[in-house]
Design a protein around this ligand. Structure first.
Ligand code: SF4
Ligand code: SF4
Length: 112
């Protein structure tokens, strides 16, 4: 895990679930986008599933609102993305993440 190197496959931006926003992140992302915080909240956020906080919204296919499908896939707010995104998978990860993470799959296949 210490040698983990993200290959930016984008899979973790497409998994269902919340992309939680911490204090300060809304203002930071909104400012980077040239929006005021209220407009940003309205357009790009929703309540988390436990209704205790805010998450980025989802696109119709379940991917994060800021995920851009393409080759390569990308994050529209890469420079200011939330801490939750920065921390995956070294600071946190859900059970079974290795089965879908492109870098983990590559590492596993290279051992075979
Ligand atoms: S903010 Fe960017 S890195 Fe985070 S889930 Fe959305 S698209 Fe992915
Ligand atoms: S799923 Fe893994 S390799 Fe793909 S973008 Fe996320 S952390 Fe990087």
């Amino acid at each position: 895990m210490m040698n983990f190197k993200c290959i930016r496959c984008g899979a973790c931006c497409c998994w269902p679930g919340d992309v939680r926003l911490k204090d300060g992140e809304i203002d930071r992302i909104a400012a980077w986008m040239g929006m005021d915080a209220g407009a940003f909240l309205e357009e790009y956020t929703r309540l988390t599933q436990d209704r205790k906080g805010l998450s980025l919204r989802d696109q119709e296919d379940g991917s994060c609102v800021f995920f851009r499908h393409g080759d390569p896939p990308s994050c529209f707010i890469q420079e200011v993305k939330p801490e939750q995104c920065l921390g995956f998978p070294l600071q946190w990860a859900h059970e079974g993440w290795e089965d879908d993470c492109g870098a983990a799959i590559e590492a596993w296949n290279s051992k075979e």
